[in-house]
Ligand binder design. Structure first.
Ligand code: HEM
Length: 447
């Protein structure tokens, strides 16, 4: 039976536009409650977007019939003008070839070689944590996550000054993109005032730094076994290597995709732990059971089951990629809904992860739902890293980094709650707002 997708009118959209600009999530939830799990929002006289919290439709689009869907121009045009054509921002045959080439660098066996340097970076970042005062944890984790990606790529080949410059331009360009997406009606001004050009120049400066690092590495005879070595060694099916320009684009993409998302999750996780000290105790109990400080890092990561469950539950409640977008190449049908060619689809991962039909007590923090015997049940409606062939290539990298960070943090500090609500700032990613906690010294060194 054919079903009509319910429509939310343009006047309704305009009426709520100021609230939507601040935080679109309540507006979306209200519409899901009124119209069901799929609705069409008119955002112009001709334009509309189909919003969905239907997990089966998300799985169909991202996985089962993925070939009929591309990413929206937000990534492939708006973001690509700063980053170039790396994995996140490319499509079609170019994307497929790059994914095949890069994927092996992110396999667990390769990542095991990076864990030592990741842990060092974490310990260095946490050495700056002050006890007894109210602390916003986001900047700490943001620096930690950026440095982790840079060091995993280049070991110590980038100087502190170069890292600071790369981080500055990555973050400035992300801020600019938020402005462009939130205020599309100012597009003419951003172009005419030279703002966009200014930010493209920032990206060019980053590319020059990366080119320098790559040239230095190519001249060096030493092996580092870091991501750069792996990407330089990688070969396409015809035996050729990645061009320098393509390698630079891929590295810029890894900076963007790999740092804010991780920093967001760490910030939410630490606040959730402050609100639920019983889970800090459970983590400590697990450390005690592990009982020694000599295990290798991969073993430590794999044995940290409670920490893993806490992080998974944190990403259920606060998925950094809270929306995933697609556009269909050809008309499609799903469960009676007709999706005409060129429909813009936005999947609310935030609402799928809190859907009352899918989750028991969806608003409650219950890491135990991710115990290894139960977690498999959620695979068709738990998508923090996306799904299908375009699923996050850095999911293991991110999990390992976040597990090691929480292990180090909880073994050093008691995390104390200072405010009642966990606030969100939904931008391109779901960011934390005022991620405030206090730390008290604990003396339990894991390693
Ligand atoms: C908590 C941390 C992270 C989250 C929640 C996350 C989430 C995601 C999601 C949802 C996608 C798919 C987007 C889509 O289908 O439209 C994605 C793609 C991607 N992520 Fe992550 N990510 C995280 C960390 C990382 C890290 C650490 C890296 C690399 C170091 C990374 C690199 C990428 C890349 C390159 C893509 C594009 C893959 C492709 O299209 O083939 N991500 N990520």
């Amino acid at each position: 039976m054919q079903k009509r997708i319910p429509v939310v009118s343009l006047p309704q959209f305009l009426l709520h536009s100021l609230d939507i600009l601040k935080n679109p999530l309540p507006f979306h939830l209200d519409n899901f409650k009124r119209h069901g799990d799929v609705f069409r929002l008119k955002i112009g006289f001709k334009n509309s977007v189909i919003f969905s919290r239907d997990a089966a439709l998300a799985e169909y689009v991202l996985q089962k019939n993925w070939k009929n869907y591309t990413k929206s121009p937000i990534q492939t045009v708006d973001l690509a003008k700063y980053l170039g054509k790396g994995l996140l921002t490319s499509e079609g045959e170019h994307w497929r070839r790059q994914r095949k080439l890069i994927q092996p660098a992110f396999h667990k066996k390769q990542l095991a070689k990076l864990l030592g340097s990741i842990e060092e970076t974490i310990i260095e970042a946490l050495s700056g944590v002050e006890t007894g005062i109210t602390t916003d944890v986001f900047p700490i984790f943001n620096d930690l996550a950026f440095k982790t990606v840079v060091r995993s790529l280049f070991s110590n080949a980038a100087s502190d000054e170069e890292i600071a410059q790369l981080q500055h331009s990555t973050e400035m360009n992300q801020k600019m993109l938020v402005k462009e997406l939130r205020q599309p009606y100012l597009g003419w001004y951003f172009r005419a005032s030279g703002k966009i050009e200014e930010h493209i120049k920032l990206a060019e400066a980053s590319k020059a730094i990366l080119r320098d690092i790559i040239i230095r590495r190519k001249k060096s005879s030493k092996r580092y076994d870091d991501l750069l070595d792996m990407l330089l060694d990688a070969r396409y099916d015809d035996g050729s290597a990645m061009s320098e320009e393509q390698l630079i684009d891929e590295i810029l993409v890894l900076f963007v995709a790999g740092h804010e998302t991780t920093a967001n999750t760490l910030s939410f996780t630490v606040q959730l732990l402050a609100h639920h000290p019983e889970w800090q105790k459970q983590i400590l109990n697990e450390f005690e059971k592990m009982g020694n400080s000599e295990q290798d890092l991969m073993q430590l990561v794999m044995s940290s089951q409670i920490v893993t469950q806490v992080i998974e539950e944190s990403m259920r409640l606060y998925p950094p990629a809270y929306f995933i977008d697609r556009v269909n190449l050809e008309a499609d049908n799903f469960n009676g809904f007709t999706l005409e060619k060129g429909s813009s689809l936005l999947f609310s991962i935030y609402e799928i992860h809190r859907h009352p039909d899918l989750w028991e007590s969806p608003e409650k923090f219950m890491p135990e739902r991710f115990k290894s015997d139960k977690a498999r049940n959620y695979s068709s409606f738990y998508f923090p890293f996306g799904a299908g062939p375009r699923k996050c290539i850095g999911n293991n990298f991110a999990m390992f980094e976040m597990i090691l960070t929480i292990v180090q943090l909880v073994s050093r500090f008691e995390i104390v709650r200072v405010k009642d609500v966990i606030e969100i700032k939904p931008l391109i990613t779901l960011k934390p707002k005022n991620a405030l906690v206090k730390f008290r010294k604990r003396n339990l060194d894991m390693r």
